[in-house]
Design a protein around this ligand. Sequence first.
Ligand code: PMV
Length: 326
Amino acid sequence: MTPTTASAPAKIILTGEHAVVYNEPALVMAINRRAYVTVAQTRGDSVEIRSNDLKQAEHFTLNEGPEGHSRKSSINRLQPYLVLARQISRKAGYSGGFKISIRSEIPISAGLGSSAAVGVAMSAALANSLDVKLSRDKISKIALESEKIFHGHPSGIDNLISSQGGLLVFRRNEGFLRIEGPAKLRLVIGMTNVERSTAEQVAQVAATVSEHRDVGQLLLHCIGHLTIETVGAIREGNVQAMGRLLSLNHWLVNALGVSHPTVDRLVYVSLEAGALGAKLTGAGGGGCMIALVTSETEHAVAQAIKREGATPLLAKLSKAGVQSES
Ligand code: PMV
């Protein structure tokens, strides 16, 4: 049986992280960095999952043993994906083994959706290998299962954007709408290289909201409104307004207790260097920030981020969601 490969993109959340967990809308964009997963069927029922980036390989049994719930254990960074092999094999009535290898261009634990991109690409590669026809929507739902093991109670935004690609506004209990942006969005990502856990940051927000119920709910609701205004600004091609809304989103989500001094510093220096707006992206607590730039300010902003000891990456919209590579 020839191996089959699928890929899926990373993402940046433009507005609405954390609020999206509480059913507020969020705006999310797939970017031009991808995870690639190759699946080969093997004899027996052993499942080997190998990650080039983690320099790690783990062996499991398709039909026996736990699915894996040890989010804190670094040994088990690959085990959550076993649930995908099991689900798709069950659908196909397959009880053989797999050799699965992961290659990714997406930084890990940085808020760019690397675990979801791997889960989405793996679900697609497994389905292709076993000739199971799955819609993008179904792939997203299957990949949510490994996300739950990684992150606890994810909103589902990462697996959604990674399977659909493009620019989407998403509300947890309602679904998504595709936004056809007029202006090209030019963004610089600032990677702090500070690793953090999404589950811990989500718990931090839950603690703030439970301690200060009214203020917490108002902040979340404000962020939801801000997403709707940002969609309006994008549709009008008003990047200046969009920039101001992104910065406003940074301070609102900051008030919920999830920023990090390095992220805040990168936001300041980006604005000083001419960014139209800047904010943390993803769960916060380290990870990445984004700055909305123009062709004139892109270089200066990237340099300012670099001077702070962080890593700048230029991000472009990727219209391609999950896709087959072979
Ligand atoms: O940092 P990431 O890529 O895991 O993004 C998490 C986004 C949150 O809104 C904080 C959590 C979620 O499940 O939506």
